[in-house]
Design a protein around this ligand. Sequence first.
Ligand SMILES: *Cc1c(COP(=O)(O)O)cnc(C)c1O
Length: 387
Amino acid sequence: MTSTTEPTTAGLGAAGAGILSQDIEEIASLFSVSRTDAPTSDDERAAMLESPKFGTVFSDHMARVSWRRDEGWVHRRVEPYGPLRLDPATAVLHYGQEIFEGMKAYRHADGAVWTFRPEENAARLARSAHRLALPALPVDDFIAACAVLVRTDIDWVPSSPDSSLYLRPFMFASEPFLGVRPSNEVEFLVIASPSGAYFAGGVKPVSIWVDAEYHRTGPGGTGAAKCGGNYAASLLPQEEAAAKGFDQVCFLDGASNTYLEELGGMNVFLVMDDGSVHTPELTGSILEGVTRSSILRLAADHGRDVVERRIPLSDLVEGLGSGRVTEVFACGTAAVVTPVGRMAGETFDATVGDGQPGELTTTIRQELTDIQYGRAADRHGWMRRLA
Ligand SMILES: *Cc1c(COP(=O)(O)O)cnc(C)c1O
């Protein structure tokens, strides 16, 4: 029924490390594939893959699964990429019942396409769904949808250095009604966007404004869920910080306005002069990044002390002044690891180290991308082959 690429074990270790499970392949085979009758031509696509601005170019198809309260998940399909037709009363447009994920498909040197820890994204989508009163999509269905889309649009996975096919799975309340209750109809989609190197022309340190005026979330709120509403709340602070000349905002906790939490879409790390690596502990209002957890692991592999704790802003300010904090970086799937060169707030303005990317920041970024692009052994079993 599909014209998708069959998975093979070619190029994999004897154990078939990283291959998708038989259960996932069985679900993948349930997807019907209806191909666009107006595919992008090879020349056009080559031009689009040249140096796409993040999130502006999309592949020819999208994966889709529907949910009805009385039927569960139904109608698994891949269809041509295109606008959705929505009733003006569609629930998501009014009450914001929406969640999403962000992942990448990486082209390895032998042409195979892999992704990174998709089970983690699938599990997080299920946790986000719980918080937003949306239905949980089983982990295997999530991975199968990503695999089928990547196989259908395999030619859209770029191969230039640090490029990838960014995958955006998302779920929203699609029932047309204005009552305030969880939707009885939900759509799950995966769209794909080729993306070039995030830092064209080399990794550059960013400046961060530590915001004591706005919060992205609060105790008991949706901070640990990856939902569109959190991003909506971060836009005005981001704009105001940009007007002051800063690249990004770091938010403090909403309860006491004291502890570092994270950026609008990235987790944050400090490296101390004793070599230890610190990041805010998960308090329920911080998004648990897959990159964050991977970096904690890689830093521990280096024999570093890794410390998840509440980090008061005053500690950071003192540490930047005394030199006790030697490096700061932000992390997330899109930019991987972003060095921070300057941090400021109402009462301080400090250069981090010498303002250049720190040593551990650079090492961790290289190690993580080497694993993702297949240049280094996948010693933690993080990679999954999609095609
Ligand atoms: C997605 C996201 C991150 C990063 O998560 P990754 O899984 O590493 O991509 C961090 N903070 C917020 C608020 C996010 O939405």
